[in-house]
Design a protein around this ligand. Structure first.
Ligand code: GDP
Ligand code: IMO
Ligand code: MG
Length: 423
């Protein structure tokens, strides 16, 4: 069986958590392949809301195996809190949550390094979630990291000490004011490692190969979005992992020719949290309305998300890079009540109209060129069938399909599992 992918096509927070949860009933295994607790994936069902950071979004389904793949970076402290939340809801995670031995660990000093690095940048800061993501991936590619499998070795604490001592020197090098009590942080870390060790550590690439051979269905769950990809995103205002399709290959050990469907998920408009360019960003009442109606606050940091119109230039780019085969459009309900909707179809760039993402998309270089479409007034949140949806909504979806040349198979009209319409 091929491995399917679910990928965010914008700057994250497209609604991946909700859709993975919806799709999970069709899969035996849900596998996260990159990122770490910088992610915040929200699921809503039975009147309850859950936010997951590292744990895959299939965890609430009884029989599905959830795998944290080798490409993920794990903070045991945050992981422990996530487990405690699952326990509160009587989720028997021990039998169905597996962790790759090759996943890297976020140490307390990685978080401190993140804070020091951001503080040293002043106004040029990335707007990181400060979860230690950048420093941990730096240690991974620098070949200094500590992996989950190391926790099974007797000397893991020696390795830890050597790395943490080096980090302390690096923090001093930044020469910024970062307050911390390392002894306390380390105690918390060691306690959380003990909890993590109660879970099943596995050689996940072998596990997945076997599962494939047995005909099991596998969905790879992405975190962040294509425009935050370390190579193809709006560098340096990106995260430190490969958020695009190729990341699923390296982050799980799945060969490229084993990829099946690539589901691409996007909001009917655009949001971004943190710093960096955002050509269609709105600073007016329309942007304020999207933020308010869409409840656009970061699921990990609570920061307000910046809002703007849909950017088709950026979306086409993401569809291409990922080889998207089916699209899923989220939060259409948030656009109800706008008389006119704008979609960016090109950029004015250095006196020229262009239809691709240029190297530098800073606001001073790029002005969006918009096409206007008719809005709709009806509240979509109670609708369950395409036939109920307003004509203008269907026109909006069909217009996007034509532009993107990929079918939009699902539209989401509210945060709940049930507010999902198949087309
Ligand atoms: P993720 O990081 O991609 O999983 O997305 P987040 O959970 O960070 O952000 C998506 C937010 O939108 C969450 O608060 C969801 O509950 C909410 N949401 C998801 N789909 C819809 C939708 O169709 N309509 C509305 N109004 N909210 C949605
Ligand atoms: P999900 O999976 C939205 C953003 C941060 C910052 C930049 C770098 O919920 O879609 P990092 O913590 O990685 O050093 O931050 O990336 N960012 C996200 N924005 N959703 C996310 O994840 C994000 N994860 C990181 O705001 O701009
Ligand atoms: Mg999120």
């Amino acid at each position: 069986m091929a491995v399917d992918l679910l990928l965010g096509l914008q700057w994250g927070d497209e609604g991946k958590g909700k859709i993975v949860d919806v799709l999970t009933s069709d899969y035996d295994i849900i596998a996260r392949f990159q990122g770490g607790p910088n992610a915040g994936h929200t699921l809503e069902f039975d009147g309850q809301k859950h936010v997951l950071h590292t744990i895959p979004s299939g965890i609430f389904h009884e029989k599905t195996i959830n795998l944290v793949g080798n490409g993920v970076v794990i903070d045991p402290v945050i992981f422990k809190k996530e487990l405690e939340n699952l326990q509160k809801h009587n989720i028997d995670y021990k039998s169905k949550l597996f962790i790759s031995r090759k996943a890297h660990l976020i140490l307390p000093t990685h978080r401190l390094l993140d804070a020091a690095s951001e503080a040293s940048k002043g106004k040029a800061k990335i707007g990181s979630t400060l979860k230690g993501i950048g420093p941990t991936y730096m240690d991974k590619t620098g070949r200094n990291g500590i992996r989950v499998g190391d926790l099974e070795l007797e000397n893991w604490k020696d390795k830890y000490r050597a790395l943490a001592d080096k980090h302390e020197k690096m923090i001093q090098f930044y020469n910024v004011n970062v307050q911390y009590n390392l002894a306390e942080l380390e105690q918390e870390f060691c306690d959380a490692v003990d909890t993590l060790k109660e879970l099943q550590f596995i050689d996940s690439e072998a596990f997945l190969h076997r599962a494939q051979k047995e005909g099991k269905t596998i969905l790879a769950e992405g975190a962040q979005g294509s425009l935050l990809d370390i190579d193809f995103g709006t560098y340096p205002f990106v995260t430190s992992s490969t958020t695009t399709a190729a990341g699923a290959c390296t982050g799980l050990g799945v060969a490229p020719n084993q990829i099946g469907e690539a589901y691409g998920i996007f909001k009917a408009y655009t949001t971004r949290v943190g710093s960096g360019p955002f050509p269609t960003e709105l600073f007016d009442e329309d942007g304020e309305t999207m933020g308010r109606v869409g409840n656009e606050f970061g699921a990990t940091t609570g920061r307000p998300r910046r809002c703007g119109w849909l950017d088709l230039v950026a979306l086409k780019y993401a569809v291409q890079i990922n080889g998207i085969t089916q699209l899923i459009m989220m939060k259409g309900d948030v656009l109800s009540g706008f008389e006119k909707l704008k979609v960016c179809t090109a950029y004015n760039y250095q006196g020229e109209k262009i239809k691709h993402l240029p190297y530098n998309i800073e606001a001073k270089n790029v002005t969006p060129v918009y096409t206007e479409l008719k809005g709709w007034a009806a509240d979509l949140t109670g609708m369950t069938k395409t036939s109920e949806l307003p004509k203008e909504f269907n026109d909006y979806v069909e217009y996007l399909e034509k532009e993107l040349q990929v079918p939009i198979k699902v539209v989401s009209v509210g945060p709940d599992r049930k507010q999902t319409i198949l087309r």
